[in-house]
Design a protein around this ligand. Structure first.
Ligand SMILES: Nc1ncnc2c1ncn2[C@@H]1O[C@H](COP(=O)(O)OP(=O)(O)OP(=O)(O)O)[C@@H](O)[C@H]1O
Ligand SMILES: [Mg+2]
Length: 366
């Protein structure tokens, strides 16, 4: 799929912006702080209805304004117009001008794979970052996944809050806790299955891709979940055995909200043993694997965004990565220096130069 045009109103540093993109490669250049990441962030928000930067959803609204609107035309087998409006009262999404009631239905329409320098720390960071990676990617592939996840989180919250009620009031009924536990287990089993399925698909691709980038064999991703290989009855027993501890802590200690992803290079956990470069290459291989998975499942390549990779990888590696990609993939690259990009790639790209909140198309001169 490709994004053909983009229209921004009061998004970050842009008051009004209209751009037409190339179906192949689009390069965004400009000095630090001019709004390169803002621009590609808007495409991400158009697809996923929230940013990859920060948890405050309203931060993307231009300062002193009350709402932002992002619009774009996406080409798949047909052409469709998408719209996201975020204001201080919430979020609205439209497809071809028709309001969509559920965000979870909207989110799997536009598929985006993003590389951001922060992603390269995913292996080092806490498990929540790796769960977030899984959740974002599976949600784009499968809209029931996001619904399951939302329900699980809701039940988890209810269960934690009821544990506190039970702790304070021993006359409260344990029956209700059992109901919540069973709901949690049912949802958890389904999420565990989806995550497992996705990681198996990653493992069909990741080792070959890692080898192409590094010439080293043996990268595997392992799904580390306390739900793995347990039946519903066994899981319910587990919660029962943890009851006293859960009660005293007021939280549910066991469940898929503690899942993790482990990157193993020939049996070594890259989190503990991997060099920075190995960790970066493993994440890059993970995301490149996803491109093919999206194509297999959705029948379309996702839009690929490479934000400021030059700050974390050397030029030859980036050019190598781009060379690995199928020609049908639409790519966005941001960089401070056009010299970082291979001439062959530049020749077939559209170049956008940002200065003073304005974006101008540049002609590439050899
Ligand atoms: N809500 C907002 N309203 C107005 N301006 C904003 C808003 N949020 C961020 N900015 C401005 O956007 C600029 C940063 O933009 P961005 O992160 O896109 O830069 P960049 O070109 O990617 O820089 P770098 O090369 O350092 O990554 C800052 O100058 C900041 O003041
Ligand atoms: Mg940036």
């Amino acid at each position: 799929m490709q994004i053909l045009d983009l229209k921004l109103t009061n998004f970050r540093n842009y008051s009004n912006l209209k751009l037409n993109f190339l179906k192949s490669t689009n390069i965004i250049i400009g000095n630090n702080g001019v709004g390169k990441t803002n621009l590609i962030e808007s495409i991400y928000v158009l697809g996923l209805t929230k940013s990859f930067r920060g948890s405050n959803e309203q931060i993307i609204i231009k300062k002193d304004e009350i709402s932002t609107k992002i619009e774009g035309t996406i080409l798949t087998k047909s052409k469709n117009n998408y719209q996201v409006v975020i204001s201080n009262v919430g979020k609205k999404v439209k497809v071809n001008n028709k309001k969509q009631e559920k965000l979870s239905d909207y989110i799997s329409n536009i598929n985006i794979i993003l590389f951001n320098p922060d992603d390269l720390k995913i292996i080092k960071n806490s498990p929540s970052y790796r769960r977030k990676l899984l959740d974002i990617e599976i949600s784009q592939l499968n809209n029931t996944y996001l619904k399951l996840l939302n329900s699980y989180n809701k039940v988890l919250k209810q269960r934690n809050s009821y544990l506190k009620t039970l702790y304070l009031n021993s006359f409260s009924s344990k029956e209700y806790l059992n109901i919540l536990t069973e709901q949690l287990v049912d949802l958890g089993i389904k999420i565990n299955k989806e995550r497992d399925k996705f990681i198996k698909k990653i493992n069909e691709k990741i080792s070959t891709i890692y080898e192409k980038i590094t010439k080293i064999k043996g990268l595997v991703v392992e799904y580390d979940s306390s739900y793995n290989n347990l039946t519903k009855d066994e899981l319910l027993k587990k919660y029962n055995s943890l009851y006293e501890k859960d009660l005293s802590l007021g939280i549910t200690q066991f469940g898929i909200h503690h899942d993790d992803l482990i990157f193993l290079l020939n049996e070594d956990n890259l989190k503990d043993y991997g060099s920075e470069g190995q960790q970066k290459n493993a994440i890059i291989s993970f995301k490149l694997s996803e491109i093919e998975i999206f194509k297999d499942i959705k029948g379309e390549y996702p839009i690929l965004i490479l934000d400021d990779l030059n700050s974390s990888l050397d030029d030859s590696k980036i050019n190598n990565i781009i060379k690995l990609l199928n020609k049908d993939i639409q790519i966005f690259i941001t960089t401070t220096n056009i010299k970082n990009i291979n001439k062959k790639i530049l020749k077939n790209s559209k170049i956008f130069k940002i200065t003073d909140n304005e974006v101008e198309e540049e002609i590439y001169e050899k």
